[in-house]
Write a protein that binds this ligand. Structure first.
Ligand SMILES: Cc1ncc(COP(=O)(O)O)c(C=O)c1O
Length: 391
């Protein structure tokens, strides 16, 4: 009855069952998996945000494959503020970055063809790719302490085959927090030219770097050396995931770039999924960016500094984080990740994600969201470190 794309078990795993049990028993869970900014106690200018949705032009249905020009100009304005000149005619609005991925998979790959995905990374790739009938083939990011994460180019070479269509870059990556570097982009462009591949670049956390670094690429939105699709959206840029507005900005050598834009027009025209109120609101919302991002950056930086200090003299090791909303804590290996996560929840009411959730190649890592309020974050991380000391 159902498509063979659907290959996942719908049964709850042990962790999900334990969370349910804890919640039923009324336990207060110190949640270090919280990545929903609207639940993390930030001070949103609610009236301004909602008033921007109530504009009269939103009563008109104006179907436009790329999205309304005013909203695309707001996206171009966002890049201009960051020093990049982007033509609004090469921007396609989508309901989310996840939808942007699905458009790009439809654009680039036939059924069964492969797209290279970083590992460790964002756990949704497997689902996004499988639902489009595309094969997500991993390449590795390697960690060297304290320098940080870097692309393993040998693993890219090994993963590329005749049916490979694109390489995905997440910068900064979720959850490693690593930015792609200028020298890495040069090599990626050369690989794309050699094998005729596109770059699909997820920059949703691009504004959340902790410290400046000249080796880093701030955005690939003007990368012309390869066919390049940069994706982002308001879910992270303005911490408004519920407003459902993302985008794809296409660049690269002409005429390839223009052919891609035309084909994306057709895909987007088939769905027309972005609501008018959000598109009309985009320009007004974008003025709130600095204040919202400052709150988030202050919170995530403070939490990270706290964790650095408290983990320093512990048996745990905090991996280098350059940006984003997550930290990775390496745990002593006498327990598996599963055992750490279950025992922390069971005994300490602390919820964290295991590294395997993000396809870390070995154990034992915990992924901690840096978004929670300081008191929650400190209590939770304090409990983790106390548990480690006792174990
Ligand atoms: C790296 C990365 N890309 C994309 C997304 C999805 O963003 P959106 O809400 O725009 O679909 C997330 C969500 O956490 C993410 O971590």
């Amino acid at each position: 009855m159902f498509s063979s794309r659907f290959k996942w078990s719908l049964a709850s795993n042990r962790l999900a069952l334990l969370i349910e049990e804890k919640r039923r028993a009324g336990a207060r869970i110190f949640d270090l998996t919280e990545s929903n900014p609207t639940r993390a106690g930030f001070d949103y200018p609610t009236e301004e945000i909602l008033a921007a949705l109530a504009q009269a032009p939103a009563m008109l249905y104006e179907p436009a494959p790329r999205g309304l020009l005013a909203a695309r100009e707001a996206v171009a304005g966002y890049y201009a503020e960051r020093g990049f000149s982007v033509d609004p005619e090469r921007i396609h609005l989508t309901a989310s970055t996840s939808e942007a991925y699905s458009y790009l998979f439809k654009l680039l790959a036939d059924q069964g063809q492969s797209i290279l995905v970083p590992q460790p990374s964002y756990p949704l790739f497997e689902f996004l790719a499988a639902l489009e009938g595309v094969d997500p083939r991993p390449y590795q990011l390697n960690y060297v302490h304290p320098a940080g994460w870097q692309i393993d180019f040998d693993s890219i070479d090994a993963a590329i085959s005749n049916d490979t269509r694109a390489i995905i870059i997440v910068s900064p990556n979720n959850p490693t927090g690593s930015f792609v570097k200028v020298r890495e982009v040069e090599r990626l462009n050369a690989i794309c030219a050699k094998y005729d591949l596109a770059l699909v670049v997820d920059e949703v956390f691009g504004d959340y770097g902790f410290e400046a670094d000249d080796r880093r690429v701030a955005s690939l939105v003007t990368n012309d050396a390869a066919l390049t699709f940069v994706m982002s959206g308001l879910s992270k840029v303005l911490a408004l995931p519920q407003m459902k507005l993302g985008w794809i900005a296409t660049s690269g050598p002409a005429p390839l770039r223009d052919q891609a834009v035309e084909r994306l027009d057709l895909i987007a025209d088939t769905f027309l999924s972005v609501g008018a109120p959000a598109q009309h609101a985009a320009a007004r919302w974008s003025k709130l960016r600095t204040a919202l991002q400052r709150q988030i950056l202050n919170r995530t930086r403070d939490n990270l500094i706290w964790l650095e200090k408290t983990a320093e003299n512990s048996p745990c090791r905090l991996l280098r984080v350059e940006g984003g909303w997550y930290a990775t804590l390496e745990m002593p290996r006498h327990c598996s990740e599963e055992e750490w996560v279950l025992s922390l929840l069971e005994q300490d009411d602390v919820l964290a994600h295991p590294g395997y959730f993000f396809d870390f190649p070995r154990e034992a890592f915990l992924i901690l969201s840096l978004l929670p309020r300081a008191e929650t974050f400190r209590e939770a991380t304090g409990r983790i470190l106390a548990r480690v000391e006792r174990s």
